[in-house]
Ligand binder design. Structure first.
Ligand code: FAD
Length: 251
């Protein structure tokens, strides 16, 4: 299966940059978008992530990885963080981190799980939960350049209230189809009962393998592995299935 190119190793050689939070925007009851001013930011590609380092007054420091949500070229760097219950860092970033607060960023990291505007083939994006974040950067990057390559997004999420970027995705861009798969509660009148994403969903809302789409799958490790297996089982070439796992990333 195609995987992200050793991001941690590459990231280790990048410098830490001071960043300041300019805005914290609530996306859902469990997720916030952090808008960061990063002097000297070198720019990024859609799909890349950063390492975020927090240091307490007593010198204790910890870091986590977060995907970049904003399109390349945007003046500020946006991250969207989903609260992990009992987590050390995400509850702080989602609920406490305030405009004016400082943090350090290292990146951008990753050269494989990226979409570039010069790509013209059909694209299938498959997101589980907060795995939508780097895929949204791809949607935004396509919009920013007026891209024409056809995009389909399948977004698996627990309930309608948990959908990230609801308003933005409601007004979809030309050539972008969005399909939701609800795992716990579906809106009234939904054709599909709630349940985990299945191969039939990928057939119904994805691209046929003979069109040779590039597929980007992102979310919790179990979700990504399951979807990647289903895609290959349906006949998608493993080399065209790019994956990003949102497992624990502390260090
Ligand atoms: C490349 C990469 C990009 C990422 N991008 C994003 C992003 O854009 N948005 C985002 O919200 N998160 C993202 N993550 C996950 C993020 O790095 C943290 O793992 C997450 O925020 C939890 O950190 P924490 O300190 O709150 O939890 P921790 O204190 O590290 O962990 C607490 C408990 O939760 C479990 N846990 C840790 N991480 C997760 C998780 N992701 N899902 C479920 N359980 C978990 C741990 O095993 C532990 O039991 C990304 C991870 C990677 C590797």
């Amino acid at each position: 299966m195609a995987r992200t190119a050793v991001p941690g190793r590459l990231g280790d050689r990048l410098p830490w940059r001071a960043a300041t939070l300019t805005e914290r925007r609530s996306e859902t009851r469990g997720a916030s978008t952090l808008v960061l001013e990063v002097p000297g930011w070198p720019g990024h590609l859609a799909g890349q992530h950063v390492d975020v380092r927090l240091t307490a007054a007593d010198g204790y420091s910890t870091q986590r990885s977060y995907s970049i949500a904003s399109a390349p070229g945007a003046e500020q760097v946006e991250l969207t963080v989903q609260r992990v219950t009992d987590g050390e860092v995400s509850p702080y970033l989602v609920d406490v981190f305030c405009a004016g607060d400082a943090v350090e960023l290292r990146g951008p990291v990753g050269g494989w799980f990226v979409w570039r505007p010069e790509q013209t083939e059909p694209v299938l994006l498959v997101a589980g939960g907060s795995g939508l974040v780097p895929l949204m950067a791809m949607v935004r990057a396509r919009r920013a350049v007026g891209g024409r390559s056809p995009f389909r997004l399948i977004y698996s999420v627990r309930t309608p209230e948990d959908r990230l970027y609801q308003d933005e995705l409601r007004h979809t861009d030309p050539g972008l189809d969005v399909e939701y798969v609800y795992t716990r509660t579906a809106p009234e009148g939904s054709r599909r009962p709630p349940g985990r994403l299945r191969a039939e969903d990928l057939v119904a809302s994805g691209w046929p393998p003979d069109l040779e789409p590039t597929v980007y799958v992102c979310g919790p490790t179990g979700f990504v592995e399951c979807v990647a297996d289903q895609l290959v089982g349906l006949g998608h070439a493993p080399g065209l299935v790019r994956t990003e796992r949102f497992g624990p990333s502390g260090g």
